[in-house]
Design a protein around this ligand. Structure first.
Ligand code: NAG
Ligand code: NAG
Ligand code: NAG
Length: 452
């Protein structure tokens, strides 16, 4: 690092620190003024820290909100953050998974959150809860979350319903029947651990065309590398999601519900999910669903970190997809659909450039190799990693492993229009930098090809 950039970096750090200090001071003055004016009945001294309970929404300066969310603004842009802040999310289930979802949604700027749960904080749930303390044991889970989250984002509108959601009160709880709490949800999050209720909630969302994301079971799971997001039709090794899938199928709902789950396999040396033997359940002689029916009254082995990771996965998925941030989750088997699409696109290109008769020397199984190994999952032109496809590179050469490039669909079109069909040379159309990078990839492929 050069001297001048070093000192300008220091300047930035100092300036940021000064601004932050200023804001923190403003904030403390603000807290003092609001707490002293709102709690006029309590005559306690103003020097004591703000009271623990923050019970209602308060006015809050937009400047402070923006500073608190500065890193998310930097990440998701103004436009993305406007979308996040305008969400109206209903969270059903406020336990080990739900408490993390609620916490990170509120911390990330979501301003309207309704939390539904009938249960209370128990001592044994403290191993996995996002915010509950010993003092919260015995109070309702929803109030516990509201109290803590309003201390983080006092401007948020957190509506809580300390009730068991079920199909008979579904409308009232999700939408609000009486004009006074019309919630107009944009998204529903299912963190329920009871199968019946879960299936009813997912059915309700399906019928009402409410976007929903569902949590699978985190009990007995311990491998962080196996956590996945996939469609309900494709989860593996998750008995909760599996039972839900079977039941939904009976109601004609097969797909289009994203589920966070873990594909970690059970192992006799690992914590076990069910007292019933797996054979009994597989046979289906016992109603396998009944075995799981009272999921929540059993004492399940739960490693506290895992529900948290499920919750953070849901929150991340939601925030990125809502804000329009480019994501393309790996979906296991489903990935082959993407590979197939890429290959089809290359075949389509052959016909568009009048080379229809030429054989494509690349098979479906070669696509992941080219995409992941050679191009490391990104376009050498833009470094983008979404909406990728394959394209012939040099029109003068035969199509081969060393003449096919990963690029975005937009880049493929431009490449076709200008180079493959337009008669521009590669050197005219691309910078030396890009040409070198592509050449580098071809060289690597050539090197790897001796082992294929
Ligand atoms: C909903 O109401 C129906 C009839 O009123 C009743 O049979 C059913 O058990 C109720 N369901 C739940 C989950 O309370
Ligand atoms: C989960 O994701 C990984 C990639 O991270 C993938 O290899 C695996 O097949 C996925 N599992 C399932 C069941 O979808
Ligand atoms: C892409 O990444 C490479 C480093 O791997 C960098 O040299 C290049 O400038 C980047 N290109 C773009 C368009 O960001």
């Amino acid at each position: 690092m050069t001297n001048s950039s070093g000192s300008s970096l220091w300047f930035t750090v100092l300036a940021t620190a000064a601004i932050t200090a200023g804001l923190v001071e403003t904030y403390h003055r603000y807290i003092l003024s609001t707490t002293s004016s709102s709690s006029s009945s309590s005559s306690s001294s103003t020097s004591s820290p703000p009271t623990k309970r923050v019970d209602q929404q308060k006015e809050h300066s937009e400047e402070l909100i923006r500073e608190q969310l500065a890193r998310n603004y930097a990440f998701l842009s103004d436009e993305g953050m406007t979308k996040v802040r305008n969400q109206r999310i209903v969270l059903v289930g406020a336990g080990g998974v739900g408490s993390w979802v609620a916490t990170m949604l509120i911390r990330s700027g979501v301003e309207n959150l309704k939390i539904i749960d009938f249960d209370q904080v128990s001592l044994s749930s403290l191993n996995r809860h996002a915010v509950a303390t010993l003092a919260d044991v015995g109070i309702s889970k929803v109030d516990c979350l509201k109290n803590h989250l309003l201390q983080i984002c006092p401007w948020a509108n957190i509506v809580v319903k300390n009730q068991l959601w079920n199909i008979n009160n579904s409308n009232a709880l999700i939408y609000g029947e009486d004009g006074e709490d019309d919630f107009n949800p944009t998204y529903v999050i299912d963190c329920i651990d009871n199968i019946d209720t879960k299936v009813d909630l997912l059915t309700f969302c399906y019928e009402n065309k409410l976007p929903v994301i569902s949590s699978g079971g985190a009990a007995c799971k311990s491998d962080p590398t196996r956590i996945n997001i996939s469609d309900i039709s494709k989860t593996e090794e998750d008995p909760l999601a599996r039972s839900v899938r079977i039941r939904l199928k009976k109601r004609g709902i097969l797909t289009n519900i994203p589920v966070v789950f873990s594909a970690e396999k059970p192992d006799p040396r690992k914590a076990q999910l069910l007292p019933l033997s797996t054979e009994e359940i597989e046979k289906g002689s016992v109603d396998q669903l009944a075995a799981l029916q009272n999921f929540r009254v059993r004492i399940l082995p739960v490693l506290g970190t895992m529900p948290g990771m499920f919750g953070l996965t849901i929150a991340t998925y939601l925030i990125t997809s809502i804000s329009g941030y480019p994501i393309e989750p790996i979906e296991g088997k489903n990935r082959y659909k993407i590979y197939d699409g890429m290959l089809q696109s290359l075949a389509g290109q052959q016909s568009r450039i009048g080379k229809l008769e030429q054989r494509i020397p690349i098979s479906l199984n070669d696509v992941p190799y080219i995409l992941e190994e050679i191009y490391r999952g990104k376009s050498p032109i833009s470094n983008y990693s979404t909406r990728l496809t394959l394209s012939r590179w040099d029109p003068a050469q035969e199509l081969s492993f060393q003449n096919v490039v990963i690029m975005t669909k937009e880049e493929q079109k431009a490449h076709e229009d200008s180079v493959l069909n337009g008669g521009k040379s590669l050197t005219e159309f691309y910078s030396q930098d890009i040409l070198d990078r592509v050449e580098q990839r071809f060289k690597e492929e050539k090197y790897y090809s001796q082992f294929r």
